[in-house]
Design a protein around this ligand. Structure first.
Ligand code: BGC
Length: 702
């Protein structure tokens, strides 16, 4: 399709229509849709039409009944699967296997596209540093390098090489930008950020997504240093378009254009439309300032026709790239045939078990002996919805922990223990089950049945411990003297000090999706040896948030005995579990760290190697993490920054050399003049199992 030619035939109303996206917040049911609007070409896209028959009906109206027959594009939030639910993105990232995320994104794309969805609002590439923020689970943690690796992989998985393919969708990197740095961890709140932090920490994952060819970007809700993102010309035009060279569609978040007025940034609807358009927003999602005022603004010369055409052309190009002019309709037979397959379930199980982090394993109590009688205690062990967590796909069913153990003939006694909805604890019933068994599997954490979700959009928490009723129950269970294994689910880092103190072993993950129970069973039984590692720092208490490993040293680093040092008087120094931490049923020894030279130039690629030995008794996989510290900088540098990682499998007694390449040009930062520089001088290099340990050496940059 020659989209430029098409553009030249469009009326002003039709052009504006391409920039309007309808969402379910606008209509309660499809009967409320004004079909005449669609017929007039005044709607360009829809979000969350999950019934392909309905989608085809809408599409037919656009394609066959409107003057120019421009197809609609259907968008949706395919965050961790469409039919098959995979682990939530941050849980999946704990695999430290971006290729795995590429595979799950590809499968989600296949299921979604077959169902008539051509555009996903994923991946979320917001750097998550504050445990209180509700949307931690949608990203890939607190580190810009790791997040960039996952951003790239997810874009590749969703889009492949050609988004017109019947199993690919257009991806969307969101939320541009700094959304997760909301003050107090409170969603939608203001963000105050230095340009250096923006460029060094928050932009790299967006650069990675753009580098991978992401078709669209979504701007965020909040005000960034006082200017709301959906009307922020500096961010969207100067930075994203001109500097980062993003040339795809830029869409606002839902209702965010309309909210410019609520922020107090615009006078009225007309001023809102003008500022959003001027700033660079192409599509307005789920508010109507463009519909109501763009025509008037263009006619008055307040918005140039060039700016309008540029935005419309981008939308037409997206539709063209998606092949919608040739294939606008969903194949309903194919859509109906989408379901769980051997392949999708195998991938969901593989991904889920690689996402489970072993946090504690006193006296190697795990894996458990299949003959042991297990008391499975906790409502979260038996509720399918909780396993799927936020943004689950079309299907809600999942294998629960209890169901999986029972199906595999474990000797289990189940007790609900607590009800997050009513805030009740059922101590007697739980104790009875516990007394009849040899081991307690205590399943707790954040559920979705507690005044709605406990994590996700707008689900911020000021207290990031497990719910009080669960803690109460745990205290009672502890009194039985039976060994306790805790399995904790959450969509954010939690403060798990009290749990850690009460239990013998602890596993943690985010919601794992369709195959949750089977994957947990693989871990409990030892059929799969845990290999996941945390992608956030887990603090010891809520008040430590935001807490991230790549912080500066300060002039008074924390030392307990030193009064005037940077610490809390009522919390331990350091994290409960550091970024990158995760245990295995075996143990690994790191030896012989060496690098390919002592002095490097910016153009060099440094090669660092270490020998890793499996010193335990079972096969295991270990992710070696490489960190760098620039010792002296014209702006002080973080105590450590992740610059590479590699996962490797080792049999008992086996030693392997792991080599990680680090381009020296990646070791820079933005100086006071906002120039990206790799400054000469001494650097420390660490390779180890997490962000607080490892072997250390040094090198120099000339
Ligand atoms: C969220 C976005 C999402 C959009 C559409 C918004 O509330 O912030 O992440 O893509 O809704 O569902």
């Amino acid at each position: 399709m020659d989209v430029k030619k098409l553009l030249s035939r469009m009326t002003l109303d039709e052009k504006i229509g391409q920039l309007v996206q309808f969402g379910p917040s606008i209509y309660k049911n499809f009967e409320e849709i004004r079909w005449d609007t669609l017929r007039n070409g005044e709607i360009g896209s829809f979000i969350r039409v999950r019934d392909p028959k309905m989608g085809n009906k809408l599409q037919k109206c656009a394609v066959e009944e409107s003057r120019l027959g421009i197809p609609l594009v259907f968008a949706d939030d395919i965050i961790h699967g469409y039919y098959t639910n995979f682990p939530v993105p941050a849980a999946e990232a704990c695999s430290w296997e971006p290729e795995l995320a590429e595979r799950t994104a590809a499968l989600a794309a296949k299921e979604a596209r077959a169902s008539g969805i051509q555009w996903t609002y994923a991946p979320m590439v917001d750097l998550a540093r504050d445990a209180r923020w509700g949307r931690n689970s949608e990203g890939a943690g607190e580190d810009p390098y790791l997040l960039s690796c996952f951003a790239k992989a997810r874009v590749k998985g969703f889009q492949g090489d050609d988004i017109s393919a019947p199993d690919k969708v257009a991806a969307c990197a969101k939320h541009f930008v700094g959304y997760s740095a909301c003050i107090g961890g409170r969603d939608y709140n203001s963000v105050e950020m230095s340009e250096q932090t923006l460029y060094d920490m928050f932009l790299p994952p967006f650069f990675a997504a753009i580098d991978a060819g992401v078709a669209t970007v979504m701007s965020a809700f909040h005000d960034f240093n006082g200017v709301p993102c959906a009307g922020n010309k500096w961010l969207m035009t100067d930075v994203l378009r001109n500097e980062m060279k993003f040339d795809g569609v830029l869409i606002s978040d839902a209702g965010a254009v309309g909210q410019l007025q609520t922020h107090g940034y615009t006078e009225d609807e007309k001023d809102t439309a003008k500022k959003a358009m001027d700033a660079g927003t192409d599509i307005e999602m789920a508010s109507f300032t463009y519909t109501h005022h763009l025509k008037e603004l263009v006619n008055a010369g307040d918005i140039s026709i060039e700016r309008l055409d540029e935005a419309v052309l981008r939308v037409l190009e997206l539709k063209n790239r998606l092949g919608l002019f040739e294939n606008p309709y969903a194949d309903t037979d194919m859509a109906n045939s989408i379901g769980a397959t051997e392949e999708s379930l195998a991938l969901a199980r593989e991904c889920a078990r690689k996402s489970i982090v072993l946090l504690k394993n006193k006296n190697n109590i795990l894996p458990i002996n299949k003959k042991s009688k297990i008391a499975v205690i906790g409502a979260l062990a038996g509720n399918e919805d909780d396993m799927n967590d936020v943004w689950s796909g079309k299907t809600k069913n999942a294998v629960t922990i209890y169901a999986a153990l029972k199906a595999d003939n474990y000797k289990v006694r189940y007790a609900k223990g607590y009800d997050l909805k009513t805030d009740e604890v059922f101590v007697e019933e739980a104790l009875k089950a516990a007394r009849e068994c040899e081991i307690i599997l205590f399943v707790a954490g954040e559920g979705i049945n507690y005044q709605g979700y406990m994590s996700g959009e707008a689900r911020n928490r000021s207290d990031i411990k497990i719910p009080k009723i669960q803690q109460e129950l745990l205290t009672e269970l502890k009194k039985t003297g039976k060994p306790i294994i805790a399995y904790i689910f959450s969509g954010r880092p939690l403060a798990l000090r009290n749990v850690d103190e009460a239990v013998d072993a602890m596993l943690w993950s985010g919601g794992l999706g369709t195959e949750t129970g089977n994957a947990v069973m693989d871990i409990l039984s030892g059929d799969y040896n845990p290999s996941a590692k945390l992608v956030w720092t887990f603090p010891t208490s809520s008040g430590q948030s935001p807490y991230f490993y790549n912080h500066n040293n300060t002039g008074k680093p924390p030392i307990r005995e030193i009064w005037y040092s940077s610490k809390y008087i009522d919390a331990p120094i350091g994290a409960q579990y550091p970024f990158g931490y995760g245990l295995s049923y075996t143990s690994f020894k790191y030896d012989n760290l060496r690098i390919s030279g002592a002095k490097f130039t910016v153009d060099d690629v440094l090669e660092a190697s270490v020998d890793i030995t499996n010193t335990g008794e079972v096969f295991g996989e270990e992710t070696a993490e490489l960190y760098v510290r620039d010792v002296v900088g014209s702006r002080v540098r973080p105590v450590r920054e992740l610059k590479g990682f590699k996962k490797t499998g080792l049999y008992p007694g086996e030693t392997k050399t792991v080599t990680i390449d680090v381009p020296v040009k990646n070791l820079g930062f933005h100086n006071a003049d906002m120039e990206y520089v790799v400054e000469p001088g001494k650097f420390l290099l660490y390779i180890g199992p997490d962000s607080e340990s490892g072997l250390k050496t040094e090198f120099f940059v000339k």
